[in-house]
Write a protein that binds this ligand. Sequence first.
Ligand code: UDP
Length: 384
Amino acid sequence: MTEQPEPGESQPRKRVLFLFSDTGGGHRSATEAMIEALDLEFPGRFDTTMVDFFRKYYPSPLRFAPEIYPPISRVPQAWRFTFRASDGRNRSRAVTQISYPYVRRGAQRLVRENPTDLIVSVHPLVNTHLMRAMRKSPRPYITVVTDLVSTHALWFDRRADLVVVATDEAREKAIEYGIAEGNLRVIGLPVAERFNHPLDDRMAWRERMGWRTDLPVILLVGGGDGMGPLKRVAKAINEAALAATLVVICGRNADLRADLERVDWTMPAHIYGFTSEMPQFMAASDMLVTKAGPGTISEAFISGLPLVLYSRLPGQEDGNISYVEKLRAGVWAPRPREVVDALRGWVDDPVARERAAEASRRAAKPDAARRIARLIADQVGVDS
Ligand code: UDP
């Protein structure tokens, strides 16, 4: 007896190239979430490749962008200046004009070496370069904007077949920069499936991690690179000796981790480096203190965590703060003292904490990655 082929098995797999860079942790997380969603929604129908275009194809010093990002982001004035000086239709066009001759060969090699059916970009700094490199042989192109609100002009190249944004605010920006409404979708930031069902028993997980089960847990995270004044914030929480457990994730910032491991803690405290178990960490916690990173905020919404935002990348993450505050899912607390005040309010008043947690849950877009996977499939003619 001959076996029946699985649906779609006889059809050639479609090849999708994802362009990202490890400038922070958010672009990688969003890309992995979409690849996972493609596998879940359309098993066996896609071959996917992730390329860090800066590292693999761009000349020096741009190829070191992932290494340069953490130190630059620690100088807010420099970040604000760079963001503002390059934003807007004319200025972003000028940036591309000036930079293209420099990256042209790399961008053309990228296109040549990756002959895929579709390109998905999750980074603002690649779109216009790639469009120019593909001028003679354009390929289907989707931009998935991985900033929530304050979206830079370089995200929006009109030649993209589709542009996916996370919020209505970003949609307005896209239209302002010339994206046709028909090519625009408001979906949300793609987040890994594991955030949707992270733990069967959060107390059992706490026990396994050696965390106390009788105290609320404050989770402190500074993006993928442990950014912002995380050390000062951790120390202020420690000095306040709140009736809570403090869990700090330092990401790839090894110096920060070493510093915090030497602190004399007044409260139960647990310090970690980069973790691949963020869904579990969030599910087992009660409050999140974080820099205003879009990935972390979107994950916190799904995990139903109230947020204290202690820092942001000026320009780029400003809108995230007003967005979270408007939704009543959290507060902006740029000084360590304000972080402590916000946390004390939630530690002492579980009802207020639950109200903010509920607002956070309402803001969640847990199916964004799967919806984007369906858009990708639709673009290359794959149906379920
Ligand atoms: N992240 C992680 N492990 C860590 C620290 C961070 O997986 O130890 C992930 C986090 O869950 C999120 C991303 O890194 O998906 C950070 O993205 P975000 O947009 O918040 O900030 P960025 O690092 O890009 O500035």
